[in-house]
Design a protein around this ligand. Structure first.
Ligand code: ZN
Ligand code: ZN
Ligand code: ZN
Length: 124
């Protein structure tokens, strides 16, 4: 069970080592190499336990739901550190990206997300 993302709805397969993790922190603790990035991500829904794939380059709102059970798996993470594949390894870069999203007024969602604490920092 992931201790970083308390409300993780999916496991994500690391493209580098083909192992399943709930978040980038879990990967970092188990592996010595950096998490690779990919535009085609593989997930396992924690609700129905079925696997599915998403092309992150064409990802849209309807893709935030498990194709098998409709579980809304893209949620605001209850944890520090943003993550997974699409963004940088550096938490500072992730924070900046999240902040930029807020400024633009777009949805503050990412597959495995950032901490509430981080958000309060960003928002001042
Ligand atoms: Zn790896
Ligand atoms: Zn974790
Ligand atoms: Zn599901």
């Amino acid at each position: 069970m992931c201790k970083h993302v308390l409300n993780a709805q999916v496991s994500i397969r690391a493209p580098c080592c083909k192992q399943w993790y709930d978040c980038a922190e879990c990967h970092a603790e188990a592996q010595s190499h950096p998490l690779a990035k990919t535009m085609e991500m593989a997930f396992i829904c924690k609700k129905c336990k079925k696997a599915f794939r998403k092309d992150m380059s064409t990802y849209e709102e309807s893709d935030e739901y498990c194709p098998h059970c409709d579980n809304h798996y893209v949620v605001e993470a209850k944890t520090p550190h943003a993550i997974v594949g699409v963004e940088g390894d550096d938490a500072r870069i992730d924070s900046r990206m999240l902040k930029d999203e807020r400024v633009k007024g777009s949805a503050n969602k990412t597959v495995v997300l950032s901490a509430e604490d981080d958000f309060s920092d960003i928002l001042g």
